[in-house]
Design a protein around this ligand. Structure first.
Ligand code: FAD
Ligand code: NAD
Length: 480
């Protein structure tokens, strides 16, 4: 063996974490001939497949279908009784493959990616320790996700609350459930458990989803109340206790006492940089990881951070998008090819800054992309916003009796393009991609008037919003 061969690293790329982000970094690099291994300490597929996106959506879907039928004269008469909770839990379990990862392991194998089971830790530049073995690689990508934040409420930790894992993997429906957190997870799981038969109380210290347009929280609070959820805004738990019978008591800051069989803490997550050995390469684990547009960690030329762990956008689709950019950038750098990391370049995750699509699978759904009006103004953009009542659109009125919803566009007046869009209403999630394309493509308002929505679809909201905005003067036909 020559000296050069002896020094050949074990892999070109080692990825820590086989969630959606990690799988995609490895896949996109491997497609370019990179030799990759992925280290996973739990299940290949990550949080999304087993304890987040998939099971939570499965818990929600049956209740949505029943409510959709109940909104239609002629259909509502055919729908009697409540959701069959046991059947919903069983359907949820099938979507998690019963918390087994054989299918995803087979996919890794078919993609030519080696799987190393165990907990990975950086052990120096290009080195990863798993148990007592150290592997070497030319590049390493951290894709270790995020971990829930448990608020510092007296008695909470000792009361063993559910986190989102326990809620999405529940094997029973508690008679009463208190949810702490008015964010996406709190709202979705409050809907899910209410439609499964729990008496749910939702506690939010401010409003619901308060980083979105203000009308979003109003619509959700009304719909949750209609579903029987006791929504309490502007409250904070002061103390939590679980008694010997297993009942949980939550005392609010105004002195109110709530008693329930279970308590769910859904108060956000933080990047999972715990015990990753970052200090071994001079990085401060407490400082978080800052990355460039190719997900390369600042101050390094070999370490990448992709998905929730970099804190840019804690969503599966955005982590996978970053992973496509990073996987191809890693391959290009290792193979000495140019890297296109300019705005909207092949190897840059530019949409993270400008067009992150977000869907809350509540009922009504909330679908938004880009900037809210408030965020756009904070960024110093000169914007004008228009809103419209979705219930006034013919397609929506046909879709559900008494359809309730609202939509909003935020327009950058200097460039004449949309920078944000929000839709609230039944089945609006599928409207969102049109808005994402308009923002990413920087389609001008003038040109959007030529994108004709079919009649009578809910997409006619686009025409109504454009009419509310007003048609720009444009060019006279003979100038064309
Ligand atoms: C209740 C809930 C519902 C959600 N619903 C949606 C949704 O509908 N749509 C959406 O887009 N997003 C949703 N999300 C967010 C989504 O789950 C995350 O954004 C996504 O899972 C992040 O992917 P990731 O690959 O970065 O991390 P993860 O999916 O968390 O994967 C990280 C992997 O790394 C492994 N790991 C960690 N440390 C190590 C280590 N040291 N060595 C080896 N392996 C390690 C973990 O075991 C895990 O498998 C939801 C989140 C929650 C909590
Ligand atoms: N459909 C989806 O895409 C989806 C669904 C669920 C979760 N997620 C993602 O999973 C992650 C976790 O979701 P989440 O809803 O937990 O996070 P979040 O950040 O959206 O919401 C956290 C909520 O908890 C509240 N909170 C925080 N600390 C609190 C405290 N001490 N007391 C009371 N309230 C407190 C916040 O005010 C906020 O309303 C997010 O990144 C989210 O984007 C996505």
């Amino acid at each position: 063996m020559t000296g050069a061969e002896a020094r050949r690293p074990d892999y070109d790329l080692i990825v820590l974490g086989a969630g959606p982000a990690g799988e995609n970094v490895a896949d996109y690099a491997t497609q370019h001939g990179v030799r990759a291994a992925i280290v996973e300490s739990e299940l290949v597929g990550g949080e999304c497949s087993y304890w987040a996106c998939m099971p939570s959506k499965a818990l929600l879907r049956s209740g949505h279908a029943i409510r959709a039928a109940r909104r239609l004269a002629g259909a509502r008469e055919a729908v009697g009784g409540a959701v069959d909770a046991a059947a919903v839990l069983a359907r949820r379990t099938s979507f998690t493959s019963d918390w087994k990862d054989d299918g995803q392991v087979a996919w890794l194998d078919s993609a030519g990616i080696d799987l190393i089971r165990g907990r990975g830790r950086i052990a120096g530049t290009g080195l990863v320790r798993v148990d007592d073995r150290v592997y070497s690689a030319r590049a390493v990508a951290l894709a270790t996700g995020s971990v829930p934040i448990l608020p510092d409420i007296p008695g909470l930790a000792a009361a063993a609350p559910w986190g989102t894992r326990e809620a999405t993997a529940a094997d029973h429906v508690p008679a009463r459930l208190v949810v702490i957190g008015g964010g996406v997870a709190g709202v979705e799981l409050a809907f899910a458990f209410a439609s499964l038969g729990s008496r749910v109380t939702l506690l939010a210290r401010t409003g619901l989803l308060d980083r979105e347009e203000p009308f979003v929280g109003d619509h959700l609070a009304a719909a949750l109340a209609e579903e029987g959820v006791d929504v309490r805004l502007g409250v904070t738990p002061a103390r939590v206790d679980r008694d010997t019978d297993g009942l949980v008591t939550v005392v609010l800051d105004d002195g109110t006492r709530l008693v329930a069989e279970e308590l769910l803490s859904a108060t956000g997550g933080r990047p999972n940089t715990d015990d990753l050995g970052l200090e071994s390469v001079g990085l401060d684990p407490g400082a978080g990881l800052t990355v460039d547009e190719t997900m390369l960690v600042d101050g390094t030329d070999w370490l990448y951070a992709v998905g929730d762990v970099n804190g840019r956008a804690l969503l599966t689709h955005q982590g996978k998008y970053q992973a496509r950019a990073a996987g191809e950038a890693i391959a290009a750098r290792l193979q000495g090819r140019p890297v296109a990391d300019e705005l909207w370049g092949r190897h840059a995750a530019s949409a993270d800054q400008l067009a992150v699509p977000r869907v809350v699978f509540s009922d009504p759904e909330v679908a938004s992309v880009g900037l809210s009006e408030a965020r756009a103004r904070e960024r110093g953009l000169h914007v004008r916003a228009v809103e419209y009542d979705l219930g006034q659109v013919a397609g929506a009125a046909l879709h559900a009796d008494d359809y309730a919803g609202r939509a909003k566009l935020v327009v950058d007046e200097d460039r004449g393009v949309i920078v944000g869009a929000t839709f609230v209403g039944q089945d609006v999630a599928e409207l969102l991609h049109a808005a994402t394309i308009a923002i990413v493509g920087e389609v001008t308002i003038e040109r959007l008037w030529h994108a004709v929505p079919a009649y009578p679809t809910i997409s006619e909201i686009w025409l109504r919003l454009l009419e509310t905005y007003g048609r720009p003067p444009g060019r006279r036909p003979l100038d064309a």
